[in-house]
Design a protein. Sequence first.
Length: 264
Amino acid sequence: MQDDVVAFGDRNLQVRQTPGHTGGCLTYVLDDRSMAFTGDCLFVRGTGRTDFQQGDPHAMYRSIHEQIFTLPDSCLLYPAHDYRGLTVTSVGEERRFNPRLGGEIGEGDFTGYMKNLRLAHPKQLDVAVPANLKCGRPQDGVGMTAEPNWAALRYSFAGIWEIDPHGLEEHAPMVQILDVREPEEFTGPLGHIRGAVLIPLGELAERAGQLARDRPIVTVCRAGSRSAQATVILREAGFSDVANLAGGMLRWRAEGHAVEGGRV
């Protein structure tokens, strides 16, 4: 299957295996690498889900980075569908702006995010999957709420309120800083923000009650991916004033803000 060619007229499409959403996902790349059709693997600022039908977040991360992000930045990407009506993006845009796996987001960040998406079980899944293996609609996202007035926030393309490091430093005394990394990361080389509370992302749904409801919450992780998902979990738990630290600890440290622990 890999490196197969689909010819039409005087043009052709190269077949690339990009498993992750399912075990059999493919991406089709035009012969001059000016465009590619990514199916349900890579979306516009998103990815397919990986929690059923032989899905694997590790495989998806590697598929996208090795088979799609190796194409030229100018290569146009056409996903199979988009729930917002978007039709096209580019390799350069997704490498930089995709909130799930672009920028400095590593494989561990991505897999942690995907394993905690908490998407609804699709209707007719138990009928559709066996049929698919022989030969949808995701959980409604948290809608955009009224603009918060407790800090200068930005509403991201992914539908998440974000605060930049300077804004968090300015408002740190009045907010709860929630670090959703693993314990070894909290005490690891990047250190953590003074006063941050550690609740790993995988435990957040069960431990959300440990957080106060009368103070805003800013979620933090390594690069901003897992903490973005943490804002969704918190909103589902009834917290209203929640924002994600854009760029995570990588950006916090890069801009020279103080940390506890870590390495210089």
